[in-house]
Design a protein around this ligand. Structure first.
Ligand SMILES: [Zn+2]
Length: 188
């Protein structure tokens, strides 16, 4: 297996490729196209491959910054047959679980799996088949079936995990301003 390609549904189709709770998924991964870390848009029942680079447009000054727009023309990609696309829903709350393995206690977190099969005929999307479309409750059920014990968000392992995530997702510190002895305020 190579590196999965991304599929970004856009427009009406994005409202059909949702998790069990109805959340739209921004991007899916698939091994059924080129398997080469490529990006595709799924729009109007067709796939378009996004090129890695594009044509640079005329630069313009915007509030002291020079903005250089890039125009990229995505070309139609014509698959035939089924294409499985997979994602996790991160808008549903994650499920925490622990399990004893020998003398160790393992800890895991899961988000709902959202997997659809897209059936293309000569490049045109003809059918969407849900393969595994979970809610958080489905995740709990699946993990219990695999011998895991579900724990709450207040479990010490879950608290530590959430704290670690918050550390990574924390916004950059607000800019601090200092008053120089002389002159104007400046930004650090
Ligand atoms: Zn969801």
């Amino acid at each position: 297996m190579g590196t999965p390609d991304d599929v970004w549904p856009y427009g009406a189709i994005a409202r059909r490729l949702v998790c069990r709770a109805g959340h739209a998924i921004a991007s899916f991964q698939t091994h059924d196209l080129e398997d080469a870390c490529l990006h595709y848009y799924l729009v109007g029942g067709r796939l378009y491959e996004l090129p890695r680079d594009g044509k640079l447009g005329p630069p313009r000054l915007e509030r002291g910054r020079l903005v250089v727009p890039v125009e990229r023309i995505a070309h139609a990609y014509v698959p035939s047959g089924p294409v499985s696309v997979l994602a996790f829903c991160y808008r549903c709350r994650e499920v925490f679980a622990i399990r004893s393995v020998g003398r160790h206690r393992r800890f895991t977190t899961w988000n709902p799996v959202v997997e659809y099969e897209l059936c293309f005929v000569a490049g045109k999307l003809r059918r969407i088949v849900p393969k595994q479309v979970e809610s958080s409750d489905d995740v709990r059920k699946r993990l219990r079936g695999e011998g895991w014990t579900i724990v709450s968000r207040r479990h010490p392992k879950a608290v530590a995990h959430l704290r670690e995530c918050a550390r990574w997702e924390a916004p950059l510190p607000k800019r601090r301003y200092i008053r120089p002895k002389r002159g104007r305020w400046s930004r650090l």
